[in-house]
Design a protein around this ligand. Sequence first.
Ligand code: ACO
Length: 421
Amino acid sequence: MNTARLILNGDEHELPVVVGTENEVGIDVTSLRSQTGAITIDPGFANTGSCKSAITFIDGENGILRYRGYPIEQIAASRATFIEVAYLLIYGALPTPGEMAEYSRLMTRHSFIHEDMKNFFNNFPPMTHPMAILSAMVGSLSGYYPEGTDELNILRVLAKAKTISAYAYKKSIGEPFVYPKPELSYIANILNMMFSHPSEDYEVPEVLERALRLLLILHADHEQNCSTSTVRMVGSSGAGLFSTISAGICALWGPLHGGANQEVIEMLEHIRDDGGDYKAYIEKAKDKNDPFRLMGFGHRVYKNFDPRAKILKEQADNVLKLMGMDDPLLDIARNLEDIALHDDYFIERKLYPNVDFYSGIIYKAMGIPTNMFTVMFALGRIPGWIAHYREMKADPDTRINRPRQVYVGPAERPWVRREER
Ligand code: ACO
């Protein structure tokens, strides 16, 4: 099968077919408009492949997720560091020990932000959401680092985003900024910059470092999701890396995307405070006249289970146990999941818990405040955005992303003068 046939107004047209590594089939419509004058319509792009990509493979029907061919379960269970996974996603191969050491050194070297940038943090109003601060500060890196190749800026954004995120948090609680420490890993540095205090000794607890490593690795890439497609779209105009990543952060913030992790915990708290009647909330989620949705449920691609959610569900138990905590929200989450998985509404629509359903419970147990959950997701996803940005720029098929439309507004009509309306 290497062509598809389309009959339009009685005329037959042949369209080439692209077949991927795992036999996914795409009908190449690049010549459709020149051949037929017609375009395709696909709101939400559920059937549209925007590019060929060699970074991440997802089989939503079978709950498969692989980074550069490596199954997510194996990566999660390995001793891989977050930076090692970032390297794999960005450059396509596992780093040798020498490459790894050099990459970690560069990551440390670039983790400080320009001292003048600290002034910015003081001028955001106190309740500013840290996602707004993160996107503004990442965008403003172009002012502080106007020179530099893409490769240097990739290191900069990857290394500095964690410092910016921790500073945003410190600012929100009125504590002094903590500089990155060269001897700590990427993950330990995030925790140290968030939780250490100049007046006390602080050692990053191993259980927290392990949990955050896992969370960030599981979020590191997810092919053409909303924020990654935003990155590719903004980058396709030739905009620089910093503005492009800043745009990705904005897209991720939405409650239907990365913002869902904050929404899930707020929903669980709301159910708890409302007396814990989770069954009533299942009914609300099913009611078409009620805008309420079960946050953390459903996914555009996964129609069986989300492998990341499966890993996190197990880890939620472990982390809470290791921290000696018992969170009633975890019970509410498990009960909601159990009911939803046996309810016809959810079964028919193939709605399952997604990565955000359990991540918030782990973040909460780690002492990370709710409004920082999506920031953590962004830190995890930056390697994925960078990998797609690089791939997009190197791809000879890349053109400025500019979809078309079918116009359904008024046909031509004469202008009416103001006094005649
Ligand atoms: N609760 C109740 N009903 C739902 C839910 C939900 N969480 N999700 C989907 N549905 C229903 C829809 O109402 C629709 O029903 P209908 O066919 O009777 O109209 C059907 O399931 C299909 O849903 P769509 O919204 O068309 O699916 P889509 O692929 O466009 O959206 C999305 C996917 C945005 C994730 C959706 O499931 C949702 O809003 N979930 C809650 C938010 C969430 O958890 N987002 C995080 C996604 S993962 C991530 O970005 C990291």
